[in-house]
Design a protein around this ligand. Structure first.
Ligand code: PMP
Length: 288
């Protein structure tokens, strides 16, 4: 449970954490966000998350609400006040609040709305899930063409996850019009081919450049493992030796079924589990 939420410069009790009714994030989805892992009170891959936040803001011409040093101070304070040992940190920045109008306000006249929430999770529960693996449902990718920007326009992802849940699947994989997997509703998608090569889609505009994806690529280099950055089809995924997803919330999470079809022998892949176990050896652990 979150005790305090950072809202526009103040740490307020959870029940009083409000933003304005005419916030553009609320009316237009005009906001970006980040989700970071907190491990033993430390932020995992803080630099990459804040770099991506800067990029998302820049792509939408939303003013940077504070300096890097201020972000670091605020994030640490939110973790501390909420006494989070292991869990997640959510950052959201919208363009700001003003009377409803499609056009942005003139540059420099709106103050971005900033919210930071920290929440504790039970890491043992996530590890237990990884021992079982998760099921995936594939759905058509109905999102816009700038999925590289981490905006809060998450309705397609929300609908996809609902459709997945209805079939007992934990995550949805979006599929483009050519039958290739783009990414998960809130994760990147990976397979391991029959000859042991790791495959994930190149980081173009159709997917989010996951921080976990980037750090996992560092790990693959360290381990001397072969990576093919290319799109793969649903059929190829179903025939793969292993499959998994990556995200800050899941790290490496084995996939054991896609649309009801077992992957490999239907149990979490050994390489997937090995990469999961080694991930934090290469990730950045920012001091809190
Ligand atoms: N793709 C999408 C659509 C996501 O929402 C996420 C989770 N933020 C990811 C990929 C994984 O990104 P990360 O590894 O930075 O959590």
């Amino acid at each position: 449970m979150s005790r305090y939420v950072y809202v526009n410069g103040r740490h307020v009790p959870y029940g009083q954490a409000h933003v304005h009714a005419e916030d553009r994030g609320y009316q237009f989805g005009d906001a970006v966000y980040e989700v970071c892992e907190v491990k033993v009170t430390r932020l995992v891959d803080e630099t990459r998350h804040l770099d991506r936040l800067d990029r998302s803001l820049g792509e939408l011409s939303i003013a940077a609400p504070m300096s890097r040093a201020s972000w670091q101070r605020v994030l640490r304070e939110v973790i501390r006040r909420n006494r989070v040992r292991d869990g997640s940190l959510y950052i959201q920045v919208s363009r700001g609040a003003r009377p409803r109008e499609f056009l942005f306000a003139p540059a420099g006249t709106l103050t971005p709305t900033v919210v930071v929430i920290a929440r504790a999770h039970n890491p043992a529960a996530l590890d237990a899930r990884a021992e079982q693996g998760i099921a995936i449902k594939t759905v058509p990718d109905t999102r816009w063409e700038r999925c590289d920007i981490k905006t809060v326009m998450l309705l397609p992802s929300s609908l996809a996850k609902e459709a997945a849940k209805a079939e007992g699947a934990k995550e949805a994989w979006f599929v483009d019009t050519t039958g290739h997997v783009t990414e998960g509703a809130s994760s990147n998608a990976w397979i391991v081919t029959a000859n042991g090569r790791l495959v994930t889609r190149p980081a173009g505009h159709e997917i989010l450049r996951g921080v976990t994806r980037m750090t996992l690529i560092d790990l693959l280099r360290r381990e001397g493992l072969e990576l093919e950055e290319r799109a793969f089809t649903v059929a190829e995924a179903k025939a793969a030796r292993e499959a998994f997803i990556t995200s800050a919330g899941n790290i490496v999470m084995p996939v054991v079924r896609i649309d009801g079809v077992p992957i490999g022998n239907g149990a979490p892949g050994l390489l997937s589990l090995r990469l999961r176990a080694a991930f934090h050896d290469v990730a950045e652990h920012a001091l809190s």
